[in-house]
Design a protein around this ligand. Sequence first.
Ligand SMILES: Nc1ncnc2c1ncn2[C@@H]1O[C@H](COP(=O)(O)OP(=O)(O)O)[C@@H](O)[C@H]1O
Ligand SMILES: [Mg+2]
Length: 213
Amino acid sequence: MFITFEGIEGTGKTTQIAKVRDYFEAQGREVFLTLEPGGSRVGRDLRKMLLHVDNKDLTPITELFLYLADRAQHVAQVIRPELEAGKVVLCDRFADSTVVYQGYGRGLETKVLHQLNEVAVDGLWPDLTVVLDIDPEIGLKRATLRNLEEGKAKEEGRFEAEHLTFHKRIREGYLTWAALHRDRIRVVNASASQDEVFDRIRDAIESALTEKK
Ligand SMILES: Nc1ncnc2c1ncn2[C@@H]1O[C@H](COP(=O)(O)OP(=O)(O)O)[C@@H](O)[C@H]1O
Ligand SMILES: [Mg+2]
């Protein structure tokens, strides 16, 4: 079972993934947690390049190919082997981030991005993708606070520093893309307590599992 988590910064992806891990482990399943960018050894260097505030000069195409390179390596070296070993793989961001950020966000053609993703994932699409949805003002407040607390404002602050209108476009992009892929993508309202959001995610997982049977 391969589940990916999407949504703008501060929606609670990292928070909820930990809860989903506990949920599967309580059922005796082995869980492997991973993330993009940076889920493989080489990917960790790519992540530093992609997220550092000093790299605002990356062209949209350069950014795109760095993300795709990260993904291709991640799928081949990490995700596929972990799934073959029988684990539940939970991934913090995946292919949909590319379509939404580079497409709806930066104006590249979503159809082309989807085709490039097909090459990068090499047939390995998630069984379920959870899009956490929230008003960007709330999400950014959460993310900014978190970055300050963790002292990461510089290294990982590139997206948080983008203008609010960009994040609004991203949120709309996720909703549009999710509506085009209803068989795989579930939108979950993330503006509630952590436990309430988790209950909604668990419902999405359980209904996706039932449909697969
Ligand atoms: N439902 C929630 N309500 C309020 N704060 C939350 C909620 N979920 C997460 N947070 C807090 O918001 C911040 C961002 O959450 P995080 O899981 O890091 O989001 P993401 O990984 O999507 O950027 C963290 O400090 C986290 O503790
Ligand atoms: Mg996170």
